[in-house]
Structure formats: C-alpha cells, structure tokens
Design a protein around this ligand. Structure first.
Ligand SMILES: NC(=O)c1ccc[n+]([C@@H]2O[C@H](COP(=O)([O-])OP(=O)(O)OC[C@H]3O[C@@H](n4cnc5c(N)ncnc54)[C@H](O)[C@@H]3O)[C@@H](O)[C@H]2O)c1
Length: 342
C-alpha cells in the first residue's frame, strides 16, 4: 500500500511510518516541522492549518504522490497548551477539514487519530439521557477540537461516502517521545527529572488513573486498521486503542523510579484545568474487529521507555542542557504560564 501520513514528524507518525515501511508499504509524510528522529522516509514540509482553496493533486495545490489511504495524525496535541492557546484547537479542526476535502476529491479512505479526551472526565457521568448527544461535558479546547474533527468525519461519511476509521488513543508513551522542549509528556518528563535527581509533581494527585499505551501496541492497532480499511474489511468504525488497564500516575512514577534505581520525590498537586483524571479503555471493539491484543503492560513498557531514553540521551548528550522553558515558550512566560506535562 501507499500511505500518506500527516503529522509524520511526531511520535506516532514516526513510529508508524517506520513500521509500515518495515512491513513493505510505501510511506509519504507531511508535517510542518522537520523530522528530528529519522531520515528513513520521504516527507514534505507544509502547514496544514491554513485555509486552502484547492485539493486536486494534494492539499493547497501542493502535488502529493498517489496514495491508497490517508492517516491523519497532524494536530496540536497538548491538552494544557490548548487551554492557554485555544486558537490552536481551531487549527486542529481546520487541518481535519483540509484532509477531509483532499480525501473527498480523491475518494481516499481515512484513518483519524482521536483521543480518550472525547469522553470527558468519564467517572463523572453514569446515566444516559439527553446527555448522550450533549457535549457540555467537553473538558478542554483540545477535546473540543477532536470532537469537532470526529463530527466532520461522520458527516463526510454520510454526505460524501467517506470510508473512515477513527481511533481513540490514550497516553501513548515510548520511543520518539522525549522532545520535551516541544512537547512535555508526562512519562518522558518524569524519566528525565528522576534521572537528574529532581522532584516530580503529579497533577491530579494519587487518584489520577490513566490507561497508558506503549507505542508499539498503538502502532500495531493502527496498522491493523489501515490494512482492514484498505481491504474494505472494517469500515466506518470508531475504535478505542489503549492497553485496557488503569494505572495511577503515582504508580507509573514508582515504576520509573525502580527502573532508574532512584526513590521518586513526589509532590501531589490538584488537577490542571482541562485535564481528564480517570480513564480506562474498553477494548472489546478493537479485539473483535481488528484482532488487536496489546502486549506491553506498564511494567514492561516503562522498562523499554527508560532503556530507550538512556540510549537516546547517550547519543545526544546536548539535550541534557536544553534551553529553559521561558526561552522556548516566551509567549507563555509573558502570560505568566509555566509549561506543564500532559
Ligand atoms: N500521543 C498520545 O498520547 C495521543 C493520545 C491521544 C491522541 N493523540 C493524537 O494522535 C496524533 C499524533 O500524536 P503524537 O503523540 O504523535 O503528537 P505529536 O505532537 O508528536 O505529532 C503531531 C505532529 O503534527 C504536526 N503538526 C501540528 N500542526 C501542524 C500543521 N499546522 N501542519 C502540519 N503538521 C502539523 C506537528 O509538527 C507534529 O509533528 C495527534 O493528533 C494527537 O492529538 C495522541
């Protein structure tokens, strides 16, 4: 297959592109940033969040090679950043619109990366009445941008016959995720801080339960989805992709500490605005439709993530003295915000 991946310089995009190539598929990426992890697949630089008028040979008149399927991953993917800068949520929706128009013109099937965030803070609602189609629970602009993107996709399926799969990911961690100056994610941040002997802060306290997904499991699920969609075996479905088990963030920190041989110095703090504090995925659909069976529990995944972090840091010692956040995020510093992990 020939696969177009948007957001191909990101964590999921890079892992997916390399896996698809290993499986013998041909990959073409689009991202607005260079890929800092690998030169092993072809991509172009393009900002997908601009209102484009033309979609014939590619997005915005840029010629793309012919492909069989699109995987749309490009997004501003940090929950808390979008609380601070909500215009980025709108950009997420524009990107999805551009990709959908391109898919519509060329009649291409689409795989989309949604998120557990669309469920809101799950443990808060247990009964369903009018709330079934009520988005008042939307926790954050990021969550709103994914709900909007999903809604656009479903409408394109109804009105234009789009063939799609929507995947809802949850806290993907492991390989190619420690670009902390761009994207502070909680697992690599804790690894970095604990390895440096620094204390860590757990926003959301001891009760914060998340479904952490090792990146290879997530990529395996997406790959199964791409193949099933292209074959027409599984079409127009929305599917959770995670590990299917809840773990507290405090437990994840303890596992990192064990792996590094250090005692975590943990400060508990209240949850941040817009954050989901409880989620465990139901994977029945992924199992049934795709034969998806995640293989990496948190204990093994953390061990692999720490090993990868060590290996990567040994090859890039300069990253240890990366620029401080107020230099990297001057806009945030002016507003008095500090970047926080999500
Ligand atoms: N990693 C997770 O835990 C997780 C969880 C739920 C959902 N998701 C979703 O999965 C997708 C991939 O996540 P990721 O972890 O690889 O994120 P990432 O930030 O590492 O990758 C996203 C990529 O999109 C690119 N991008 C952003 N704006 C763009 C634009 N205007 N034009 C072109 N490219 C642009 C970024 O440069 C980045 O390389 C995202 O849509 C994210 O919202 C991820």
């Amino acid at each position: 297959m020939k696969v177009l991946i948007t957001g191909s310089s990101g964590q999921v995009g890079t892992n997916l592109a390399l896996r698809l190539q290993r499986d013998g598929h041909w990959v073409f990426g689009v991202d607005k940033r260079e890929n800092t992890w690998t030169d092993d697949f072809r991509y172009i630089l393009q900002d997908l969040a601009i209102h484009y008028p033309a979609f014939r040979g590619g997005i915005g008149g840029v010629e793309y090679p012919e492909v069989d399927v699109i995987v749309h991953l490009a997004a501003h993917a940090k929950v808390h950043q979008l609380v601070r800068q909500p215009h980025r949520a709108l950009e997420n929706a524009i990107m999805t619109f551009n990709v959908l128009e391109y898919a519509r013109q060329l009649e291409l099937p689409l795989v989309f990366s949604s998120t557990r965030e669309v469920y809101g803070d799950v443990h808060r609602f247990e009964e369903y009445g009018e709330a079934v189609a009520d988005f008042a629970y939307t926790e954050s602009p990021y969550s709103a941008s994914k709900i909007a993107s999903e809604a656009l996709i479903y409408s394109y399926a109804r009105c234009y016959g789009l063939r799609y799969l929507v995947f809802r990911f949850s806290n993907v961690y492991g390989r190619y995720d420690n670009d902390l100056q761009r994207m502070e994610r909680v697992i690599p941040l804790f690894i970095e801080q604990m390895a440096a002997g620094e204390p860590i802060t757990v926003f959301g306290g001891e009760d914060k339960v998340l479904d952490f997904t090792y990146v290879d499991d997530c990529i395996d699920g997406i790959t199964r989805g791409i193949e099933a969609l292209a074959e027409g075996e599984v079409v127009n479905e929305t599917i959770n992709l995670a590990y299917g088990q809840g773990n507290t963030l405090v437990h994840a920190a303890e596992l990192i500490g064990t792996e590094l041989g250090v005692e975590p110095k943990v400060t508990l703090a209240p949850s941040l605005l817009g954050e989901v504090t409880h989620y465990v995925a139901d994977l029945s659909k992924a199992r049934e439709l795709l034969g998806y069976e995640p293989e990496v529990p948190l204990e093994d995944g953390i061990a692999r993530a720490v090993a990868w972090f060590r290996e990567h840091r040994a090859a890039h010692p300069e990253e240890e003295t990366a620029l401080p956040a107020d230099v990297l995020f001057p806009q945030d510093a002016q507003l008095g915000w500090k970047p926080v992990p999500s």
